[in-house]
Design a protein around this ligand. Structure first.
Ligand SMILES: Cc1cc2nc3c(=O)[nH]c(=O)nc-3n(C[C@H](O)[C@H](O)[C@H](O)COP(=O)(O)OP(=O)(O)OC[C@H]3O[C@@H](n4cnc5c(N)ncnc54)[C@H](O)[C@@H]3O)c2cc1C
Length: 472
């Protein structure tokens, strides 16, 4: 598809936020074009778990504010909270089915933040996929089909590399670079930055995020929203915020694999072979932070890479990689045997055998496992206060997989207001520039489970409505 010279609304990025903005603006009568730098689009939604959340009740904004550590204006959070109850209806109107999440099925993973204000009013849902489809891929299919049904033009292989700025410092369109060269597209009513975070750009990760992190998600998210917004005078926010996962980096695979153990019979140990955290107490997206500390007496970061040590019950309980997807073209085996065969997972008949196979200090690992066994026998974890419910024995043979902290979505990017307008450092909007989703997410520090897709949908819809309202 070729690029038009002029549109009403130019949407940069064909993920969920871009699709929501485009559908909303189109349905309100605007002429919309979507740019997508990659060949397929879908962004991180394709790999996501398709989880959504909602918080309502009088403490909804307090809940979000507490998660953001006060770093997000309450007016923005109020706009988000107002849009959350409509997310599932909006997907239903596009033909997508969602279902409430059965919390018991997630073994303590949900609710994410039960001790925060308003937590009793948080609910979770998940997209219901077609047979053989992942929930995130199903959600993306529903949204993509709605764009196609409306004949909204999507130009693939088209990267917005610069914004057109007029004499009044308003954004008037974008420079688009692709295989066919350089084009200028005028956007009469506005440009919506829906081009994701910066997690796929190693230099930005190192500059802004607090850890050496690997990326588990979409390769197209190289922080273009940061570059474009700052070029137009926009301010940034939340640059050190992210949510992540424990991951395994496999040779020859571009993205890291997210790791989850489907039974409680596991512990985490650092590079020295010692436990360092309450393994089952950390929120699933935030537990990577347990890897951040280093021990000053050591010449390195002994927690990285660390290891997940698990037993035979946990090995059989399900694939270590699988709750969410991955850009890697690889299907993880259901009982993890293929990955043992590949040498990704080490195995030993006992602590000494595992230490030898994995290259962990045998004496330290034996000491750690003895200490853990004592905690199990006592029903009390004196070291890290792990929940007695998950203090279960590790039954040999034992296994270990190396783990590193990974980033799923970097939150930082252009600062927006409740109308999805990109703001300047002095708080005034950059005329004609809007942002939604992971392109400067609302999440200021911690994130609710399902907070990425809902941010994309709620603020994509707001940006679409706001830009369409500017069409004369
Ligand atoms: C493994 C994984 C699991 C997840 N699971 C969940 C979950 O269950 N629930 C949840 O709420 N969130 C989840 N998330 C987060 C969620 O997927 C994202 O927050 C959400 O998809 C962001 O949508 P977006 O449209 O804002 O951006 P993205 O999905 O990142 O899409 C941005 C798009 O813009 C394109 N682009 C980038 N730069 C340009 C440019 N200059 N020009 C044109 N195009 C450009 C990119 O190629 C990409 O297609 C998960 C993330 C990962 C990685």
């Amino acid at each position: 598809m070729s690029l038009p010279a002029e549109v009403d609304v130019l949407v940069v990025g064909f993920g969920v936020a871009g699709a929501a903005a485009a559908i909303t603006a189109h349905d309100a009568g605007a002429r919309v074009t979507i740019l997508e730098r990659t060949g397929a689009g879908g962004g991180n939604c394709v790999h996501s778990g398709g989880f959504l959340f909602c918080v309502d009740g009088p403490a909804a904004v307090d809940h979000l504010d507490a998660l953001c550590f006060g770093k997000t204006d309450r007016t923005v959070l109020a706009a988000f909270a107002a849009g959350l109850p409509e997310v599932r209806q909006w997907l239903a109107a596009l033909g997508g089915e969602t279902a409430p999440v059965d919390l018991a099925a997630f073994g303590g993973m949900l609710p994410s933040w039960p001790h925060f204000p308003g937590a009793g009013h948080v609910s979770y849902a998940q997209f219901v996929p077609h047979a053989g489809e992942r929930p995130g891929a199903g959600l993306w299919r529903a949204v993509r089909e709605a764009v196609t049904a409306r004949a909204i033009p999507v130009v693939h292989g088209a990267r917005a590399t610069e914004l057109l700025i007029d004499d009044d410092r308003a954004v008037a369109g974008a420079v688009v670079t692709g295989a066919a060269g350089r084009h200028e597209v005028t956007a009469r009513a506005g440009v919506v930055l829906a081009c994701g975070g910066f997690e796929a750009d190693p230099a930005m990760r190192d500059t802004y995020l607090p850890l050496p992190l690997v990326s588990v998600g979409h390769p197209g998210n190289t922080g273009d929203a940061v570059t474009l917004a700052t070029q137009a005078g926009g301010a940034l926010w939340h640059m050190s915020a992210f949510f992540g996962w424990l991951t395994f980096v496999a040779p020859g695979h571009p993205a890291a694999f997210t790791l989850d153990v489907h039974a409680p019979s596991f512990i985490l140990v650092d590079g020295d072979g010692r436990r360092f955290a309450d393994e089952t107490g950390w929120e699933v997206h935030d537990r990577v932070r347990a890897l951040t500390a280093y021990l000053p007496r050591r010449p390195n970061r002994p927690r990285m890479p660390g290891w997940i040590v698990f037993d035979e019950t946990a090995r059989r309980a399900g694939p270590l990689h699988g709750i969410v997807g991955s850009p890697n073209d690889y299907e993880w085996s259901a009982d993890n045997t293929a990955e043992i065969g590949r040498g990704w997972i080490s195995r030993g008949a006992d602590a000494a055998g595992l230490a030898a196979a994995a290259g962990i200090s045998a004496a330290t690992l034996a000491d750690t496992l003895e200490g853990y066994a004592r905690a199990v026998a006592d029903g009390r974890d004196a070291l890290f206060d792990r929940s007695p419910q998950t203090l279960v024995p590790l039954t040999p043979p034992l296994h270990a997989i190396p783990m590193q902290p990974g980033v799923a979505t970097a939150s930082g990017g252009p600062r927006r207001d409740a109308r999805a307008r990109v703001l300047r450092p002095d708080g005034r909007p950059v005329d004609g520039l809007f942002a939604a989703g992971a392109a400067g997410s609302i999440w200021g520090h911690l994130t609710e489970h399902g907070g990425g897709l809902t941010d994309a949908i709620v603020f994509g819809r707001i940006a679409g409505a706001q830009t369409a309202a500017r069409v004369h």
